[in-house]
Design a binder for this molecule. Structure first.
Ligand code: ZN
Length: 425
């Protein structure tokens, strides 16, 4: 490690408290879907106070609708509602380096059921080296780490030999339209790093993910003559069983080598179910919302077709559903999976930075979920991966992040900037 690099790492360490306090500021905002405006403001203010000039990039469906990566959603995008993405571009102070972009998502998933939490999910608290809170791991600490990695390089007295973009986006957890909007607005780079909380690992593969909803129509009647009705809730079980069978088959068909270590990499999740409105009335309506994943190499249209066929076929096997077919609606995620090689220069450099700081080599990470990498890999120009802090219970109660791993992420990102973008005085 050069003296300049050592000075940069020292500068990162001097920001340890700021990284933690910025993380806490972000965690305090309940940035679930539809409620991201306040966290966007917090990020914007922080970037301004650090001397950057953040820009707001809204998700404009009028502009994005025809983009192949756009995910139609069943909520509205309203102008000026504050649900924007925030981007700060730090112009190169010299030349000869390669550009970089750090991306993190500001949205979080619901903390429900709140009664399961030991601590208030939106009042971050640290205990025994861990910071607790919804989004502490996924992925507000990562955002703090990447922002202060950039600041630390500057504070150590260096400019970069290429442009750096810092980006906080919304809708990573549901559509990916936030990252896509920024990419579409021209924010891209030769290397893209996302500090998702998968630990100090280099993500080389992620599955495709899509969402869909099934609406089931029954026939209401008083429960005293239940035999003459059709219970939409119970009919849903029939369809769910067929989808589970489909999941089993998909797991075993054309399994890519990189997923060989997993017994069950592809997961169907029935995430929401609603139906009926009275205990003594046979339920006339039910709907359930699902998330399904699929292997890299399969297209969105292929998996969509498999799901439609599965639901339609299961309906033909039930006398009621045969005449009253369920409706399938595809919304939200429609991202395809991908696999990249660790030999790419940005990935091997990242790995070397981790090695030089920790003395350990970075493992590969094969992901069974999706991330905003989808946009950069499918539609961007650069090499992109995830590398981030160590977290537990993301999307569950008592989510927490290991504080020292957040600082490590910042150190690795700062060293990466020095070596990838190049330094100038
Ligand atoms: Zn995440």
């Amino acid at each position: 490690m050069t003296p300049d690099e050592k000075a940069i790492l020292k500068s990162v360490d001097s920001y340890a408290d700021d990284i933690l306090s910025f993380t806490c500021k972000l965690v305090r905002e309940e940035s679930t879907l539809g409620n991201e405006a306040s966290v966007v403001r917090v990020m914007e203010d922080e970037l301004k106070s650090l001397g950057y000039c953040p820009m707001r990039i809204p998700i404009d469906p009028g502009k994005l609708e025809t983009h192949p990566g756009f995910a139609p959603v069943d909520w509205e995008y309203r102008k000026n509602d504050g649900r924007d993405n925030i981007v700060a571009k730090i112009r190169a102070a010299g030349s000869g380096g390669k550009s970089a972009l750090f991306n993190g998502h500001l949205d979080v998933v619901s903390p429900e059921p709140l009664s399961y939490w030991k601590y208030d999910p939106f009042k971050p608290s640290s205990r025994n080296g861990w910071l607790y809170g919804r989004g502490a791991g996924d992925m507000k600490s990562g955002i703090a780490a990447m922002v202060f990695a950039a600041k630390a390089v500057q504070q150590a007295g260096f400019g970069l030999g290429a442009d750096l973009t810092l980006e906080g986006v919304i809708e990573e957890e549901c559509s990916g339209n936030g990252a896509l909007a920024c990419l579409d607005a021209g924010y891209d780079a030769e290397a893209v790093l996302i500090p998702e909380p998968f630990g100090p690992k280099i993500l080389t593969s992620q599955v495709g993910v899509l969402w869909f909803r099934v609406e089931v129509f029954g026939k209401p009647c008083h429960v005293l003559e239940a035999g003459t009705g059709a219970n939409a809730i119970e009919k849903s079980f029939h369809i769910i069983r067929a989808l589970r069978e489909m999941e089993k088959q998909l797991n075993n068909q054309n399994k890519p080598a990189e997923y060989g270590g997993f017994d069950h990499p592809l997961n169907l999740n029935i995430g929401v179910i609603n139906g009926g409105d009275w205990p003594s009335t046979v339920a006339a309506f039910a709907r359930f919302d699902c998330r399904m994943s699929y292997y890299p190499g399969m297209s969105y249209n292929e998996i969509k077709k498999i799901i439609v066929t599965t639901v339609e076929k299961s309906a033909t096997k039930d006398p009621w559903l045969k005449d009253n077919p369920p409706r399938i609606i595809f919304y939200g995620f429609r991202s395809e999976g991908h696999t990249i090689s660790t030999d790419m220069p940005a990935l091997s450099l990242l790995s070397a930075c981790h090695m030089d700081i920790s003395g350990k080599s970075a493992d590969k990470y094969i992901s069974t979920c999706t991330t905003d990498l989808r946009a950069f890999i499918s539609f961007g120009k650069g090499q992109a991966t995830c590398f981030g802090p160590v977290a537990e219970n993301i999307h569950a109660e008592n989510e927490r992040v290991l504080i020292e791993s957040v600082i490590h992420t910042a150190r690795v990102y700062a060293l990466f900037l020095a070596r990838w973008c190049g330094l100038c005085e």
